[in-house]
Design a binder for this molecule. Structure first.
Ligand code: NAP
Length: 252
C-alpha cells in the first residue's frame, strides 16, 4: 500500500465537463490525486464524486481572474506535498464568420483561451520555479491554431497565440519545468456540438482523456491526436502560402 504522499498530484483547470472531466478520471484511475477547477462548482462536485481514489479537491475559479488562480496555486502548494502537474484545459468556442464578428464574444474567447493561460503562468511560475520540483505544465491548444483556417475565428487566433506562448515557455523554462502542448483534433463535447459541418476523425472525450493521460506520463513536448488527422493538419501547415491558399479556400 502506497502512502498518499507517493501519489502524483494533478490540477486540471477546465475539469467540469468534456475532455477535462474525462482526463481527470483517467488520471485518477492511474492513482493520481486531483484538484478540479472550472467555474461551475456543482458540475465539478459531480465529476469529483465519480472519481476513483481519495483526497481529490474541488477548486471553483474563473481563469479570467488572476487573483483566483493565485489563490489556487497557493492553496495547492500549501496543502499538497508537491504539485506534479497542472493541465490548462479551459476553453471557449463560438463559430463565427469574420463578416459577422461579435466583438464581445471575441473578447470573452480570447480572455479565457489566451489571457487565462497568461494568468495561470503569472500566478504559478515564480512559485513553481522556487519549489524546484520540475512540475509539469500542460496547455490544451488545438490543431485549429496551426494555421489560419476559414470560419475559425476567433478560436483559431486564441489557440495560435496559446501555441506561441507555450513554445516560449518551453524555451525559457523547459530546463526546470516539464512544459507540454496538447493539440487535439475533433472531440465530441458541448464545445463541438455547435459545429454544423462534418468533423473528420472525431473521437469521444473518454478516448481523448485517456490519450492525454497516457501522453503526459511519457516524454515529449507536443501531444497531438488522432494522428491520422493531426499529421494531415501539420502537412497543410507546412505548405508555402502559394500552395496553402487554394487548398484552404476549398473549405470556406
Ligand atoms: N472538443 C474539441 O474538439 C476540441 C478540440 C481541440 C481542442 N479542444 C480544447 O479542449 C479544451 C476542453 O474543451 P472541451 O471540448 O472539453 O469543451 P467543454 O466541455 O466546453 O470544456 C471546457 C472547459 O473549460 C472550462 N472553462 C470555460 N471557461 C472558463 C473560465 N472562464 N474559467 C475556468 N474554466 C473555464 C469549462 O468549465 P466551466 O464552464 O465550469 O467554467 C469546462 O470545464 C478546450 O481548451 C478546447 O479549446 C477541444
Amino acid at each position: 500500500m502506497t502512502s498518499k504522499s507517493q501519489h502524483k498530484h494533478a490540477w486540471v483547470i477546465g475539469a467540469s465537463s468534456g475532455i477535462g472531466a474525462a482526463l481527470a478520471k483517467s488520471l485518477a484511475e492511474r492513482g493520481e490525486v486531483l484538484a478540479l477547477s472550472g467555474r461551475n462548482g456543482e458540475a465539478l462536485n459531480s465529476v469529483e464524486e465519480a472519481l476513483p481514489g481519495q483526497g481529490h479537491v474541488v477548486l471553483p475559479l474563473d481563469v479570467r481572474d488572476p487573483a483566483e488562480l493565485s489563490a489556487g496555486v497557493d492553496r495547492l502548494l500549501q496543502d499538497w506535498p508537491r504539485l506534479d502537474r497542472i493541465v490548462f484545459m479551459a476553453g471557449l468556442y463560438e463559430p463565427m464568420r469574420l463578416r459577422e464578428l461579435d466583438v464581445l464574444q471575441v473578447e470573452k474567447i480570447l480572455a479565457v483561451n489566451l489571457m487565462g493561460a497568461f494568468n495561470l503562468i503569472a500566478a504559478a511560475l515564480p512559485s513553481l520555479l522556487q519549489a524546484g520540483t520540475r512540475t509539469q505544465l500542460a496547455f490544451c491548444a488545438s490543431v485549429a491554431g496551426y494555421r489560419g483556417l476559414p470560419n475559425a475565428q476567433p478560436y483559431g487566433a486564441s489557440k495560435a497565440g496559446l501555441i506561441n506562448l507555450v513554445e516560449s515557455l518551453k524555451i525559457e523554462h523547459g530546463d526546470r519545468l516539464d512544459v507540454r502542448l496538447i493539440s487535439p483534433g475533433f472531440v465530441e463535447t458541448r464545445l463541438t456540438e455547435k459545429n454544423s459541418f462534418d468533423m473528420p476523425f472525431r473521437i469521444s472525450p473518454e478516448r481523448a482523456g485517456e490519450r492525454i493521460a497516457k501522453g503526459l506520463t511519457r516524454p515529449g513536448f507536443e501531444l497531438h491526436f488522432p494522428r491520422r488527422f493531426t499529421w494531415l493538419m501539420k502537412a497543410l501547415a507546412s505548405l508555402p502560402y502559394a500552395l496553402y491558399w487554394p487548398l484552404a479556400r476549398r473549405a470556406r
